[in-house]
Design a protein around this ligand. Structure first.
Ligand SMILES: NC(=O)c1ccc[n+]([C@@H]2O[C@H](COP(=O)([O-])OP(=O)(O)OC[C@H]3O[C@@H](n4cnc5c(N)ncnc54)[C@H](OP(=O)(O)O)[C@@H]3O)[C@@H](O)[C@H]2O)c1
Length: 265
């Protein structure tokens, strides 16, 4: 049975990735900080799907965290066939109001340790001449987003990095697929989380279910796609955003985000 490692497995889209992969017969390595949630998920998945699960409580906002995780997985004598770099953080608000340590934390999780895990596992997979990596970016990665500026920029990095790496790995004929997933608004705690500055009050009707997003990501990755935008509405947004000049697009996005940004105080 193949094994998949999912970061950010304790909630939202990450938990759904685990169910989608378990249904497809993958053994799982669950990674996030909240141990209790990981242990509960592990027990469900083991019981319901008869797979083998390991839960690793790990903080990906620390420098060197990716290497430590890679070493812990190696010590368990597990080989990763599919890596899902899903853990991510968001901050809504004005750049100057959000403290620098919080912004750096987000860059560490969304970019630095995602890149490091991709490096460690793509090398390992290339040596074995087999593997899949699914990196979770966002639709925000295709456009500058005022009041989510650092978050959107981290996702632009993930998208650009993933698409170019997909081509490189293909040219090397090492049988390693890199896929980048760009979800739009998805109904998870990321849409309503006191820890991320302000809430973006988006109607539920405008959000996709995390299950649909996870299914689209895994299906696209296993089909060898370089990028997946889940849902027709998100694909239309991506086309329209690509056609509009930034001098019109960015002020319109700024007005939309500020009109819908609600403070928790
Ligand atoms: N929801 C959306 O609208 C949306 C849209 C586009 C893209 N995305 C992207 O999709 C991914 C998943 O988001 P989601 O909506 O499922 O968010 P979520 O419900 O807030 O879950 C985030 C996950 O990341 C983990 N995580 C956060 N900080 C971590 C850290 N320092 N170390 C290890 N794990 C950490 C959390 O677990 P612990 O707290 O237990 O550590 C949790 O499992 C993210 O990359 C996000 O940017 C989301």
């Amino acid at each position: 049975m193949p094994t998949a490692l999912v970061t950010g497995a304790s909630d939202g889209i990450g938990t759904e990735f685990c169910y989608v992969l378990a249904e497809r017969g993958y053994n799982l390595i669950l990674v996030a900080r909240r141990r209790k949630r990981l242990e509960d998920l592990k027990n469900h998945l083991t019981k319901d799907f008869g797979i083998t699960c390991s839960a690793i409580s790990h903080d990906l906002s620390k420098p060197g965290a990716a290497r430590e995780l890679f070493d812990s997985v190696s010590e368990l004598d597990l080989t990763v066939d599919l890596l899902v770099n899903n853990a991510g953080l968001l901050q809504n608000g004005f750049f100057t109001d959000i403290d620098l340590a919080t912004q750096e934390n987000m860059i560490m999780v969304n970019i630095i340790n995602l890149t490091a895990l991709t490096h460690l596992y793509s090398k390992d997979m290339a040596e074995r001449r087999s593997g899949h990596i699914l990196n979770v970016a966002s639709l925000t990665g295709i456009m500058p987003i005022p009041n989510q500026n650092v978050y959107a920029a981290t996702k632009a990095f993930v998208l650009s990095f993933g698409r170019s790496l997909h081509n490189e790995m293909k040219a090397q004929r090492c049988n390693v697929i890199i896929t980048t997933l760009c979800p739009g608004f998805t109904a998870t705690k990321m849409m309503d989380n006191r820890g991320q500055g302000a809430k973006l009050a988006i109607p539920v009707a405008m959000m996709q279910s995390p299950r649909k997003v996870a299914e689209a990501g895994i299906t696209g990755c296993l089909a060898g796609k370089d990028m997946v935008i889940p849902g027709i509405a998100n694909r239309i947004i991506s086309v329209v955003a690509g056609l509009l000049p930034n001098r019109f697009l960015v002020p319109a996005l700024g007005r939309f985000y500020r009109a819908n940004m609600k403070s928790y105080e």
